[in-house]
Design a protein around this ligand. Structure first.
Ligand SMILES: Nc1ncnc2c1ncn2[C@@H]1O[C@H](COP(=O)(O)OP(=O)(O)OP(=O)(O)O)[C@@H](O)[C@H]1O
Ligand SMILES: Nc1ccn([C@@H]2O[C@H](COP(=O)(O)O)[C@@H](O)[C@H]2O)c(=O)n1
Length: 668
């Protein structure tokens, strides 16, 4: 997950290959609650790991439920229709799929519970559900503003002899919540729910009914207005249940496939884990994408998408049945041949943020002309490539705003797009951006920042921190020469009078691996072994050989991967990445550098003497500067940074300032 303040996505040309998506949030949280409410053990396979499911799992633990999670499998020991903990304070973040059904289930079971969430959750209405629960005889009290969480739940006096009315036109989750809670009270008589007004998002109710059936409860329904839970209904664990991949998450990849330039022998993008026969309503996004021109094939549990019509075709659609995935259509509209109107989407206004207002604001930043209605949005795309803008997109702590925003990177103007607070995708798809980058082909070379300079000037410290702040990859090119030197010593090769051909062959086949901060030579973690001054000196010796440098060239260039790279070394800006967007030549006085290196080694428990260190680093610098192959020198277009009197933070800020000055984003 990108835990950075923002993430700059370079312009993208295409996606290809195949992707397996994480489990559906809607199914995951419903299944977890149903597994908790029934007796016995349920094994949930392919469970989504996200903020919202973690919130649900934690709440179930607090209620006394047995919860074991290993990878994407959860084993739930159900409560058997009663809460083992009659009292609890449940913090439910911003997870509507936890707040609504838990409110209903706990209100029916009764106890002493407080349910709260983040501030936005306290702005999301729940009054229609509370009214229905009160009509049923439940004790639910508002602890803040009427109509909104936080809530207190007490002991109920259930009255099941008359139909329970619930409004269906704000959120279908209220009806879902009642449908999942009321089988707990239907042992002796039928329980009837009547929907007041038009029911929105019906496909989500389909999911609920199908999952109830998997847990042994068959709800009878009369159209979408009246639902009967028959007397004697009781939850039974299915033993094992599999969560489909998330159809709403699939929408971003379906869209990316439709936006992908063809060519290069690509045969589209295959999405695994969900097919057109999915029980999730958002799978109908496929129909809408086809209307806009996407070519989508489907099998039992997969989809394959390629670009069809181009530009996409503008549409005028009622999106009530796909409220979440419809947001993806709003971004696809930027690539259409005219204005697109998405109707009947009032529920967008009460989601993680007011999504109609948010979408309108952000699409305008990209150059679109957008009109907002109470329950609709009309998007006219930028009139040509020149009308596109490089925008910094605000994401409103809304995962779907962030994922939708990424699709603007396919713009024809070749502009990058900035996603603010990218970690908000953790709600449903923590690795969304990593997944996209693994499939995507950039429209231009990936952005690279080079930091070169003499020994112990602080290149590694600076480069790795800049990379962390930008969410970029980091290349410590010196480690490759250090690894070559170490491998050579171990192979018994002389470094004083080296055999260039043998050393080059060794470097070409170096079994190097970088994993989770570890540096591997074969299977061995040699992170410590290559850090000694002797290893630095060996590195300097092998690095003077042109054959060795040539052998390591492609490996270094292959590190330039999306979303970007910060590389440190001696020839990053001069030889390896001559077209890098920013080159920094970092220096510091040799006394200062020797002192820093001394401190560094001592803090790691490696004995060192200051005088010897200074002499060694000066000797190493001299060899690096005077060798014939790629000598250490500033690139002509490098910016000089002398950090003798700067803190690490000062240097990082300076480089980030230089980087920002090169970005096209206007302040948001
Ligand atoms: N601006 C700075 N002020 C004070 N200390 C610094 C500064 N920059 C780096 N250091 C410290 O100096 C030491 C050496 O830094 P670092 O290892 O990043 O240098 P390097 O240039 O990558 O070295 P090498 O060339 O050997 O790879 C580290 O302990 C680091 O914390
Ligand atoms: N791009 C590079 C990087 C390093 N070297 C040589 O390797 C030695 C060790 O590098 P560190 O940055 O890890 O200290 C260094 O002294 C150089 O001789 C190089 O040539 N090119």
């Amino acid at each position: 997950m990108f835990d950075t303040a923002f993430l700059d996505i370079p312009a993208l040309r295409a996606v290809s290959g195949s992707v397996r998506l994480p489990g559906s949030k809607s199914i995951s949280n419903r299944v977890l609650l149903l597994a908790a409410l029934c007796g016995g053990q349920t094994t949930v396979l392919d469970l989504l790991d996200s903020d919202d499911t973690r919130v649900m799992l934690q709440a179930l633990r607090q209620l006394g439920c047995g919860v074991t999670v290993e990878g994407s499998t959860a084993i739930i020991d159900g409560l058997g229709g009663r809460a083992l903990q009659p009292q609890a304070e449940l913090f439910l973040g911003n997870a509507g799929t936890a707040m609504r059904p838990l409110t209903a289930a706990l209100a029916v079971l009764g106890g002493d519970y407080r349910l709260s969430g983040i501030p936005r959750m306290h702005e999301r209405p729940i009054g229609d559900l509370v009214d229905a629960l009160r009509a049923l005889g439940c004790s639910v009290r508002y602890l803040g503003q009427d109509g909104y969480p936080p809530l207190h739940i007490g002991q109920p006096h259930l009255q099941l002899d008359r139909p329970i009315p619930v409004r269906g036109n704000v959120s279908s989750q209220f009806l879902t919540a009642l449908l999942m809670a009321l089988p707990l009270a239907a042992s002796e008589q039928d329980v009837v729910i009547e929907v007041v007004g038009e029911l929105i998002s019906k496909p989500y109710i389909e999911i609920t009914l199908q999952l109830l059936a998997r847990f042994g409860v068959s709800v009878q329904r009369d159209g979408w207005a009246r639902f009967v839970i028959p007397a004697g209904s009781r939850y039974h664990s299915p033993g094992q249940i599999h969560v489909e991949a998330d159809a709403s998450s699939a929408s971003y990849f379906i869209a990316a496939g439709a936006l992908s330039a063809s060519g290069n022998g690509q045969s589209g993008l295959k999405i695994e884990g969900v097919g057109e026969a999915s029980i999730q309503g958002d799978i109908r996004f496929v129909d809408a994408a086809r209307l806009m021109g996407a070519q989508v094939e489907s099998g039992p549990n997969w989809l394959r998408v390629t670009r069809g019509a181009w530009p996409l075709k503008a549409v005028d659609l009622d999106c009530n049945h796909i409220p979440d995935a419809a947001m993806t259509l709003a971004v696809m509209a930027l690539y259409a041949d005219g204005p697109t109107t998405l109707r009947n989407i009032a529920s967008w206004r009460v989601k993680e943020t007011d999504r109609i207002a948010a979408m309108a604001t952000e699409l305008r930043k990209l150059g679109a002309t957008v009109q907002e209605g109470a329950d609709e949005i009309r998007i006219a795309p930028p009139k040509d490539a020149r009308a596109w803008r490089a925008a910094s997109l605000h994401t409103y702590d809304d995962h779907r705003m962030a994922m939708c925003g990424s699709l603007a990177a396919f713009n024809p103007a070749g502009l990058p797009v900035r996603i603010e607070d990218p970690k908000c995708v953790a709600k449903t798809f923590p690795d969304y951006f990593e997944t996209l980058f693994a499939l995507a082909e950039p429209a231009a070379p990936v952005p690279v920042i080079c930091i070169d300079g003499p020994t112990a000037s602080g290149k590694g410290t600076l480069a790795s921190e800049v990379a962390r702040r930008l969410g970029y990859h980091y290349l410590d090119s010196g480690s490759l020469y250090r690894l070559t030197g170490l491998a050579a010593r171990r192979a018994g090769l002389a470094l004083e009078n080296p055999d260039e051909a043998r050393l080059s062959a060794l470097a070409r086949q170096l079994p190097v691996g970088f994993a989770g901060g570890h540096i591997l030579l074969g299977q061995e973690d040699v992170g410590e072994a290559i850090r000694t001054e002797a290893a630095g000196m060996d590195a300097s010796r092998v690095s003077a050989l042109p054959g060795v440098r040539q052998a390591l060239l492609e490996l270094q260039r292959s590190c330039a991967r999306l979303p970007g790279l910060v590389a440190d070394g001696r020839d990053m800006g001069t030889v390896i990445f001559p077209h890098a967007l920013l080159k920094v030549y970092l220096t510091a006085g040799s006394a200062q550098r020797a002192e820093r290196r001394h401190k560094q080694l001592i803090s790691k428990g490696i004995p060192a003497k200051l005088d010897g260190l200074r002499a060694d680093l000066e000797a190493r610098d001299a060899r690096d500067q005077n060798r014939v192959a790629s000598p250490l020198e500033p690139a002509q277009d490098a910016l000089l940074l002398d950090n003798t009197h700067l803190t690490i933070e000062d240097s990082v800020d300076q480089v980030l300032r230089w980087w920002q000055e090169r970005q096209p984003f206007r302040p948001s």
